[in-house]
Design a protein around this ligand. Structure first.
Ligand code: G
Ligand code: G
Ligand code: MN
Ligand code: NA
Length: 259
């Protein structure tokens, strides 16, 4: 496969770049942070999204150095934003972790080193792990996440609600944020939303809050969705309604407007 064999050289040549999508507080609309989303500027094919190359990188193991680069670069960027924004405005960075990175022994030390080099506090970092990656996870897999959580790093359960995980299982996971899958947000498109969808989200939010977990919703495309999700008690939102993923400078401007 051409793309697969081109991956290592692409990393060496600096062909990957990161776009940032803001995370917005539903209560007051302020920008609280951003999710880092990697892209590949391929010399022949142009910009490729993660769906095109993350599975290949996972298959070959290149996801470990690539994921480390994404973490390093986005934490460095977050440190720069913090410096410009001042400490009155704690700005957080969300970074996706692939299951292969979880089983790599260097994860905890790499994260510590990266935060230290950038002068960023662990509390400013949120690592997103998909629900399906943690279904049936044994203690060996959870250990590095527990250590990171003890340091103050937030762990978010990404795409939550699609993995059919046992809800009671949540208590065992070192997570502090549930990221509700986009399919729930899609159910809020009409106003009023489908009553069954409303009940499901209401139940998830109430369970999450009773376990001291914050709820982030993704895929918010309209003001009506944002309003219904706010009323349901969701804490933070992300989606095209606020901003598409974009270059770091644009995000800085957004954050300043709201500061
Ligand atoms: O960028 P886009 O909005 O198309 O994201 C598509 C998927 O790619 C999302 O599920 C996201 O979690 C994943 N993704 C984006 N960046 C990264 C990354 O740096 N590492 C991993 N493992 N997944 C990523
Ligand atoms: O990690 P995750 O797969 O959840 O990454 C977010 C993905 O969702 C990215 O592919 C991003 O481009 C996409 N996305 C972000 N906001 C919206 C939105 O409002 N609507 C839709 N359809 N997709 C979105
Ligand atoms: Mn994500
Ligand atoms: Na997601």
């Amino acid at each position: 496969h051409g793309l697969t064999t081109a991956l290592p050289a692409a990393l060496d040549r600096g062909e990957f770049f990161i776009e940032y999508q803001p995370l917005v507080h539903l209560g007051d609309g302020s920008v609280r942070g951003a999710e880092a989303l990697v892209r590949w500027l391929h010399p022949q094919h142009g910009v490729l999204g993660p769906d095109r190359f993350i599975p290949l990188a996972e298959h070959t193991g290149l996801i470990v150095p690539l994921g480390r680069w994404v973490l390093e670069e986005s934490v460095r960027q977050a440190g720069e934003w913090r410096e410009r924004g001042g400490d009155s405005d704690p700005f957080r960075i969300n970074v996706n972790l692939s299951p292969c990175q979880l089983t790599h022994p260097g994860l905890v030390q790499d994260t510590v080193d990266i935060l230290e080099r950038a002068g960023v506090a662990p509390e400013a970092l949120c690592l997103e792990v998909t629900e399906s990656a943690l279904i049936g996870a044994d203690d060996d897999l959870l250990k590095p996440l527990r250590r990171l959580a003890e340091m103050g790093v937030d762990i978010a359960l990404d795409d939550f609600g699609t993995g059919y995980s046992n809800l009671a299982n949540l208590r065992r996971l070192p997570v502090s944020v549930l990221k509700l899958d986009r399919s729930f947000t899609q159910g809020m498109q009409q106003f009023p939303a489908d009553p069954v969808d409303l009940k499901i989200v209401e139940g998830i939010v109430s369970l999450a809050h009773s376990l001291n977990l914050a709820v982030t919703v993704e895929g918010v495309e309209t003001g009506a969705q944002a309003e219904q999700l706010r009323i349901l008690g969701c804490d933070t939102a992300q989606g095209w309604y606020y901003a598409r993923p974009g270059p770091p400078d644009r995000l800085h401007q957004l954050a300043l407007v709201d500061a």
